[in-house]
Write a protein that binds this ligand. Structure first.
Ligand SMILES: [Mg+2]
Length: 198
């Protein structure tokens, strides 16, 4: 019998395992009495979408971190079950572009829902300051497959020969790229990985 290949799978956090943008927009709408909807979110960038400077977004995200909804983000449908399944046969690496200063709150929230499914890696972390994007982090970790909702992140993976699954979201559906497989949900991800296993 041919042994199953154990894949090193890289997995993003925000809007891959749990919703982030829509909850942040609720917080923003409440604060500024606006009516933004994440379905209209055609850019990945909050700066562009809300027409704010980088500094303004940083300040808002800092404030959002203290808001009760930050530690109550709803999980993406099927993500918890899928991670439980995947960790049985593969090695999981959770890679986020959240700033390292949000390490402890992120780790706390992650472990509440996903236990010790895998180690968390923060882009810009002092343990690998030379790595500038997710592609470089994936290369460094020897990732076989990356799962993310950001086209930019997955383009950086593709440029280093790392295949990926792109979770379909309003902010990434303007472009199709060969080598980046668009997927609707976690069920589809499990089916695709399963197919590969058999
Ligand atoms: Mg994300």
């Amino acid at each position: 019998m041919i042994p199953k290949k154990i894949l090193k799978i890289g997995i993003d956090l925000d809007d891959t395992l749990w919703d982030f943008q829509s909850v942040f927009l609720n917080f923003y709408n409440e604060k500024f009495k606006t009516k933004h909807n994440s379905k209209d979110f055609s850019f990945y960038s909050l700066e562009k979408f809300l027409n704010l400077s980088k500094e303004e977004v940083t300040l808002l995200l800092n404030e959002f971190e203290k808001h009760s909804s930050f530690m109550n983000l709803p999980l993406v449908n099927g993500s918890k079950k899928a991670i439980e399944k995947l960790k049985e046969n593969h090695k999981l690496f959770f890679i986020t572009a959240r700033p390292p200063k949000r390490k402890s709150s992120t780790k706390e929230f992650f472990s509440t829902h996903f236990g010790n499914a895998g180690k968390l890696y923060f882009l810009g972390d002092s343990s690998f300051p030379q790595l500038k994007n997710k592609g470089e982090v994936c290369k460094y970790l020897g990732i076989d497959l990356m799962i993310d909702d950001s086209l930019e992140n997955l383009k950086s993976c593709l440029s280093l020969g790392i295949p990926s699954f792109l979770i379909d979201r309003p902010w990434n559906n303007f472009e199709e790229i060969e080598g980046i497989k668009r997927v609707k949900n976690w069920e589809e991800i499990l089916n695709l990985i399963n197919k590969n296993e058999n």
